[in-house]
Design a protein around this ligand. Structure first.
Ligand SMILES: Cc1ncc(COP(=O)(O)O)c(C=O)c1O
Length: 312
């Protein structure tokens, strides 16, 4: 395939079945979003955030973009802003992995750090303060911007339908809620019987990129009406399934993939025989290597050792 620039090479990611990890009577398929140009699902969102803002006159040529992001959206935005000529400031927790920081800097983004202890909520707080002080900066704010879910409604969802018309369920980790909302609505429009589940970390337990709604913030992008269930998963299980994916299926994914896979396996047991379940794989494992998540050894020990590093 040929493309006019890198923003046009976003999407059309592979949908890959898991013959070894799917429980009897069901097939789980992973939507491998790590195949996007900067390596995550957030390339789709970044493209929509910028292009919609340009289209509707909220973002002028050359205007600064400012966004709180735990990494993936920032990396996607950094590449898109480069190719479209916008300077970018990202606000991220200070304990974000080194790979993410370097990728952002590589694309010329300015980094502002928020306290590690406040997680992504701290980045939102700091970004809001910066936006209030600089009215010229445009903050797309993926948590409340309809372009986030629209990217999934118009691209991820239709790709799944084209590749697997008899899809019966969809599972994605809950971050901004853009994936579950956009894909979920599109799949239910296709077939109202499709079930949609969100993988949510347990209260007080952190899985990179995901949030627990009971911790106080429900993103405006998330439409709870689209969900048939929010299913809890802890960070040790997320890591365990991420590692099994490499061991048994030869797929190297980020840890939030393990969270949605763990939930997909649970959901498979509730659904009638023949279920075709799509689980979201938001990114590959590359950006997490330095955390030790994939080092040899026992999962429980590794999960314990890296907690607070990986789960920030
Ligand atoms: C690694 C990772 N997994 C999962 C998610 C959750 O996706 P969404 O924001 O669409 O809910 C994100 C982004 O927030 C992410 O960066």
């Amino acid at each position: 395939m040929r493309f006019g620039d890198i923003s046009q090479a976003i999407g059309n990611t592979p949908l890959v079945a898991l013959p070894h990890l799917s429980p009897a009577g069901a097939t789980i398929h992973l939507k491998l979003e790590g195949h996007n140009p900067t390596g995550s699902v957030k390339d789709r969102v970044a493209k929509y955030l910028i292009e919609q803002a340009e289209r509707y006159g909220q973002l002028r040529p050359g205007q600064r973009v400012l966004e709180p992001t735990s990494g993936n959206t920032g990396i996607g935005l950094a590449a898109i802003c480069r190719v479209k000529g916008h300077p970018l400031t990202c606000v991220l927790p200070e304990n974000t992995s080194e790979e993410r920081k370097q990728l952002l800097q590589l694309f010329g983004a300015e980094l502002v750090f928020s306290p590690a202890t406040e997680g992504s909520n701290g980045s939102v707080r700091v970004a809001r303060e910066l936006a209030a002080a600089d009215p010229d900066a445009f903050m797309p704010f993926q948590y409340a911007n309809p372009a986030n879910a629209l990217a999934h409604y118009e691209t991820t969802g239709p790709e799944i339908i084209a590749d697997l018309p008899d899809v019966t369920a969809f599972v994605a980790g809950l971050g901004t809620g853009g994936s579950v909302t956009g894909v979920g609505k599109r799949l239910k429009r296709w077939n109202p019987a499709v079930k949609v589940y969100a993988a949510e970390p347990e209260y007080g337990d952190l899985v990179y990129g995901l949030r627990n709604l009971d911790e106080g913030y429900v993103p405006e992008v998330l439409d709870l009406a689209v969900l048939d269930g929010r299913i809890k998963v802890n960070s040790r299980r997320a890591l365990e399934w991420t590692r099994r994916l490499a061991d048994e299926e030869g797929i190297f994914a980020g840890v939030s993939t393990g969270a949605s896979l763990a939930v997909a396996v649970r959901v498979a047991k509730r659904l009638p025989d023949g279920a075709q379940i799509v689980a979201m794989s938001p990114d590959g494992g590359w950006k997490y290597l330095s955390t030790g998540a994939y080092a040899p050894g026992d999962v429980a020990t590794i999960a314990e050792r890296i907690s607070g590093v990986l789960w920030a």
